[in-house]
Design a protein around this ligand. Structure first.
Ligand code: HXC
Length: 514
């Protein structure tokens, strides 16, 4: 038995070295940690239980007989993060570039199945050149196995991907099927085909960074939700994110011990909205005045900045926050912000997070580029996601709620439980200039002083609609509230809605516009 134990210890020792000391040194020289170091950095100390640590492939072609490494380039298992259970896999770039193999698929799928059945989030730390070329179609089939697990787990347990190296092919498609993608700046890359293939096929010359670097995917493509300065920061984002999320879709999100007075009034909110309705202000000031101090975790911060989304807490309870951001293109809705909002609303709905929406939006962005870019199709996603969501939903019209934006941004008619408005709310079909031009073109042109008449009509329109009272009169707004009382209003409303029961008609699935 002693020899057998010795043998096992030696095998484990070898497994710890992955692709060997030279490869580990190369990995460190690139500013990257090894897969095991990353797992140790993330998990509570001593909680990692590895599975499949000794598994290897059985391929012999292309010199593979000499390239067998215990674990086969991925480390998989379970552990605890802040005392809560998670499933984790980390690809090991030191072994054949972390390339994805049949064995990798078996190992990752195994923990994903256990995680789904036990209701535990899955965290992937990716660092892989995609399908292992030497395994041919078998590694492609292996990706199919993984994608099925990603999709079946979607909406059941949270799935988070951290891109920590050059990730290609399937190593970007699997993350794209997960809920959040975090990229490490300067070392994390995502692309379907790398610069060399692109040059050969299209003749375009591009480097890793401008093709698929962290900021490209955070600000341009929208594939990634967070950009981290280094690996440690990326793993801290995983921790922070999980603090707001339930382990699975049958649990409530975890409440923290409340640390901020529920009745706290932020008087600055009473003076935040500028006199001129075209003047911008920072919606983040509303968020910081209303939610528990310092609790806002912004998601997709660099993408479609005209929309603001993220997680926050109210009296310790996690919520999802959606808002227009007047600082960027007046907070209009366009194709990208529609995607950003709709996806987030669906995530919150899947994982039992109440959705609080702050509205200050002049409408959908007009223009040929937006129309041809599919603003109808994309914009419909916001409507679909809010209508479909059965979690508690509360909206607060802060300033503009014009036309399509009024209805799309969690309007009361779209199953929003409570609709509040600030006295600064402007709820109308469109802005005064446009409305007057359409309704009174002839009258204005025939007036003795067209400019003066036009101004009069604009003022009449403003007097009628640039307030929340018509909407409140019709019951479309439940209550007009003082801005500084918003926090207490939301906390007491959520107390009522916490036991809300609502469902959708039975169906295989809806057909959300894609
Ligand atoms: C087998 C691979 C590999 C792969 C890298 N390696 N990718 N081995 N299969 N897919 C190996 C290299 O041969 C090398 O081994 C080691 O990993 C490190 O790779 P380098 O190229 O030296 O590293 P680097 O310069 O940092 O470049 C990393 C890289 C590049 C950008 C990932 O290796 C690359 O472009 N790989 C191929 C990427 C790709 O096109 N994948 C798509 C696969 S198709 P040695 O022993 O020489 O050091 C796919 C289909 C999915 O995934 C379909 C989804 C729908």
């Amino acid at each position: 038995m002693k020899d057998k134990l010795q043998e096992l210890r030696q095998m484990r020792m070898k497994a710890r070295l992955g692709g060997g000391e030279k490869r580990i040194a190369e990995q460190h020289a690139k500013g990257k940690q090894t897969a095991r170091e990353r797992i140790e950095m993330l998990l509570d100390s001593g909680t990692f239980q590895e599975l499949g640590g000794l598994a290897t492939h059985n391929f012999t072609d292309f010199g593979m007989a000499d390239k067998r490494f215990p674990g086969d380039g991925v480390i998989t298992g379970f552990g605890k993060l802040d005392g809560r259970r998670i499933a984790i896999y980390a690809q090991d770039f030191t072994v054949l570039g972390g390339s994805f193999s049949q064995v990798q698929a078996q190992k990752i799928c195994k923990i994903m199945e256990l995680a789904q059945e036990s209701g535990i989030p899955v965290i992937g730390l990716l660092d892989s050149g995609g399908a292992r070329i030497q395994e041919g179609v078998k590694s492609l089939a292996a990706y199919g196995e993984l994608f099925v697990r990603n999709v079946l787990a979607s909406g059941v347990v949270p799935q988070i991907s951290v891109q920590m190296g050059p990730c290609a092919g399937g190593s970007v498609y699997s993350p794209a099927l997960t809920d959040f993608v975090i990229m490490v700046k300067k070392t994390g890359y995502m692309f379907i085909t790398g610069p060399e293939v692109i040059k050969a096929v299209t003749g375009e010359q591009v480097d890793f960074e401008s093709l698929g670097g962290a900021m490209v995917h955070n600000s341009v493509s929208g594939v990634a939700h967070f950009a981290a300065d280094d690996e440690g920061s990326a793993l801290r984002i995983v921790k922070e994110l999980l603090n707001y999320l339930p382990l699975n879709n049958s649990e409530d999100p975890p409440r923290v011990t409340p640390y901020d007075d529920p009745a706290r009034r932020d008087e600055s909110l009473d003076h935040l909205i500028p006199e001129s309705s075209d003047e911008p202000y920072d919606m983040r000031q509303v968020v910081s005045g209303v939610f528990d101090r310092g609790s806002f975790l912004e998601v997709h911060a660099h993408y479609a900045k005209n929309a603001l989304i993220g997680f926050a807490r109210l009296d310790g309870y996690p919520v999802g926050v959606v808002a227009n951001q007047p600082l960027f293109i007046a907070g209009v809705l366009d194709t990208d912000s529609a995607d950003k909002i709709a996806r987030f609303v669906r995530f919150c709905d899947a994982f039992n997070l109440p959705i609080i929406t702050f509205v200050d939006c002049p409408g959908y962005l007009p223009g040929v580029a937006q129309e041809h870019g599919g603003i109808i199709r994309h914009g419909a996603k916001i409507i679909y996601s809010y209508c479909e969501a059965t979690v508690p939903k509360i909206s607060v019209v802060v300033r503009k709620a014009m036309g399509g934006a009024y209805i799309a941004m969690s309007s009361k008619q779209m199953r929003t439980d409570l609709a509040y408005a600030w006295p600064s709310a402007e709820i109308a079909v469109m802005g005064p200039e446009g409305a007057v031009n359409i309704l009174y073109r002839e009258e204005i042109s025939k007036a003795a002083n067209p400019a003066e008449r036009r101004q009069q009509l604009i003022q009449e329109y403003v007097d009628k609609f640039h307030n929340p009272y018509s909407a409140a009169d019709m019951g479309q707004i439940d209550e007009v509230i003082e801005p500084s009382t918003t926090r207490l209003r939301l906390i007491t409303a959520l107390e009522i809605l916490r036991s809300k029961v609502s469902s959708n008609p039975p169906k295989k699935h809806g057909l959300m516009p894609m």
